[in-house]
Design a protein around this ligand. Sequence first.
Ligand code: MIG
Length: 760
Amino acid sequence: MRLEIIGNIESVKNSTNLLIIKTPEATARVWVYSDSIIRVNVSKAFDETDTSFAVIQNPAGQVEYSESADEIVVNTSLLKLRISKSPLRFDFYTADGKELSKDDERFGINWQGERVINYRKLYPDEKFIGLGEKTGNLDKRGDSFTNWNTDAALHDTKTDPLYKTFPFFIGIHSGLTYGLFFDNTHKSYFDFGATTDEQMSWFGADGGDMNYYFFGAQSVAKIIEDYTWLTGRMEMPPLWSLGYQQCRWSYMSAAEVLDIAARFRKEKIPADVMYCDIDYMDGFKIFTWNKETFPNPKSFIAKLKAMNFRLVTIVDPGIKIEDGYKQYDEGVDKDYFAKYPNGENYTADVWPGHCHFPDFFRDDVREWWGSAFIALTEPGVEGFWNDMNEPAAWGQNIPWLVKFGDKFMPEVRNAYGMQMARATYEGTRKLLGNKRPFVLTRAAYAGTQRYSAVWTGDNSAYDEHMLMGQRIVSSLGITGMSFVGVDIGGFTGDPTPELMVRWNSLGVYTPMFRNHAMQGTIMREPWQWGKKSMAIIKKDIELRYRLLPYIYSGFYQSHKTGIPLSRTLAIDYTHDENVYNVKYHNQFLFGDSILVAPVESTRLTADVYLPAGEWYRSGRDEKYSGGQVYNVGAPLTDLPVFIKAGAIIPMQNVEQSTNEKGNGILELNVWYGGEVSGFVYYEDDGTSYDYENGDYHKREITFDPVKRTITFSEVEGTFKSNFSKIEVVLHGFEALAGKQKQAKRLKQFENLSVSFTIEF
Ligand code: MIG
């Protein structure tokens, strides 16, 4: 194997919006995307079409740079990229000269055959967060990872790779932050000081270009904003998908699904969504219904709707080889399947038996796939679950010579699931008219947030898995995926009642709240765990529904800025060492101001680290000062949840589903804090795209402890709030000077759309 390390610059050319730098080995290109984003591409065979599955932005324009005998310096108002000429190396600094990240002086970028690697300097105190769906610690220093989308059934807390590829990480050192997105869909590798002698970190891929975007903003939040500006942000999810979701592999008939739904209503446990896993189909043929067990999909779904439930159905990519089956015949006819280089369709075995696989990399195939959903939308399905799209087949690796689009499998495998989710989203959005589809995918690549929610695949029913699942949810948040869930209760194995209760209580604070379990496991619905457990599960699900106005506003934030709903503490408390301590690294902020500390089901007390500031224990309003560890009670009825001082949390009354009207009162909870604080409240119809045309209701709510006021800004947007009244509930105001008995609930206010102020 030949090793080539990139050498000296031969020429530099300034083109319209990029610098082109040649060495004997390759050509390097440098673009500026914004003041805080610079792109570097080093290639032996640059493809001028320069397409990306992830990136939706274009370079900003002319690259500003200066050149001397030794180096080229690219400047933006925030960043300085020093490119040394002999040999070619890329070193990034803040505009005022602080070193953010540089190539390893000795090895820089190099090739071993097609494999391209970038060795970079490792800083003594450097930490690494990101890469999305990865096992291991929050701080990935000392670990290495591979991206190769895999059906990782039975994975444990060490398994790698899993189902998804997000080649984006954030480095933290010397009080500084930077981000790096390696946009390359080949099998890729990241090593955060695992295999080197504390000198280098490195990343690379089996082929393609050394193609990365460097983010230089000096806050993790701003880096996430920049990354999601580059790769896109989620749309507003349908409100119903934020309610409780009940799934199982499988509810075997329409009658069974309806029974389960009716039982939720009978027990008065709020819920919004039922699922059909693979057994609703006829012989696992996608876009069909089993005629015996689901004889009349339309009336079945109408009955569900009458109970205020929506239905999500699963689809896998494998199309059964069977003459007379519509999707098969059409696919063969139009040549829509992935192929061997001689033109034969690639075949593999999965649930339906022998299958072909749609080539989602082609526009016409995505269009075809998307329009086939009429078989599901016509009877009334509104949610579409994309499984097995790594793609997975029984015990088989896809041969490397199979072609997708004009590329061979190894080049694009990591983007297959994303392109399936894209086809599903684009097709169902069209079919549903002005209604928002809910799309859920297992495999994904950077940018998937534009099309779909994700879940973390087949987890297991034990405590360690629950805790790791939370880390993965927060880690996916760093890489742009806000709408994320895990199988609550654990997919494989049977949870103890305690674990079920505990996991469900964490589900309240999981962006997607779905209970799901594998074939052959004990039934999982809330009433299967005995009266006492059911009562706790019910209360927690009720809390989820009470929090929906806060949660929906949190998703609006993700939609607008990319900041995830589930936030590792590394986002807001980046330079606080305790955040990375494995004792506390599962903790997270849910939205702006709810801190959650996941705790095993076997422990009834927990050490919780509260970062700087003041905190209140939720439900008890006891006050804690931050920057300390507390040992707190953690009974199954009361997961340790803390509210940040100054928090403004809008809540509503308990409803049995998001389809209910509610009592029309928005309960605005305010926790006393020493500083001015604010909250952006957002509401819309929850189902349509009218918000894109200004039909929403948004206002800023500000708490001011000095003026002793809570101010509501004027409403922006045309949507009329579902709440006619606002009731303010004060927490921690008792000690305020001058008022002996501070009322907890202030009288209700009309929810006017003009600005108004409340005094306390
Ligand atoms: O081979 O559709 O991860 O959620 O229940 C297993 C059956 C296929 C894997 C998914 C799981 C789903 C199951 N699927």
